[in-house]
Design a protein around this ligand. Structure first.
Ligand SMILES: CC(C)(COP(=O)(O)OP(=O)(O)OC[C@H]1O[C@@H](n2cnc3c(N)ncnc32)[C@H](O)[C@@H]1OP(=O)(O)O)[C@@H](O)C(=O)NCCC(=O)NCCS
Length: 123
């Protein structure tokens, strides 16, 4: 079992997303964007997802360099717990080399200023 944790400043991420118009589409899937934009405070939910993606990489001991964060997707329907989906085959293989046949658990929380996420890798 491995664990990864990350904290994200909602204000700093919101600033980065405003400054770099393409960043949102580079990091978040269309479904993630649709989910966040449907919430009363979208920036908190982007921040939570950013933390979840980075916590996932940390859990595997992988670097964000060379990884398209969009390939790690937080999926959830309103009212259900979030799940993580890995879309890129190379990334999945790199993860599998650390933890064969892994499954993932993620938990996200946010307050006004920060979001945190914890990811468990079970193998
Ligand atoms: C899970 C629950 C306890 C979330 O509590 P919360 O303190 O409101 O919210 P947090 O910021 O800690 O967590 C939000 C995240 O929890 C996760 N989450 C939501 N429902 C969940 C569930 N049923 N199971 C697991 N995780 C859940 C989501 O990832 C959510 O973030 P997202 O919308 O960006 O995906 C929620 O079901 C609940 O009952 N909320 C009402 C509690 C309340 O009234 N709080 C306000 C007063 S303090």
């Amino acid at each position: 079992m491995f664990v990864g944790i990350d904290i994200c400043s909602t204000r700093k991420l919101a600033h980065a997303l405003t400054r770099s118009p393409f960043l949102k589409e580079e990091v978040f899937s269309p479904a993630e964007i649709a989910y966040c934009e449907a919430q009363p405070k979208p920036q908190q939910h982007y921040s939570g997802r950013w933390a979840a993606k980075e916590a996932c990489l940390k859990a595997f001991g992988l670097s964000v360099l060379g990884v398209e964060l969009k390939q790690i997707e937080v999926v959830r329907d309103a009212g259900s717990r979030p799940t993580l989906h890995i879309h890129d085959e190379d990334l999945r293989q790199a993860m599998n080399s650390q933890a064969a046949n892994f499954t993932l658990q993620v938990s996200i929380s946010h307050e006004d200023e920060y979001s945190v996420a914890v990811v468990l890798v079970l193998s």
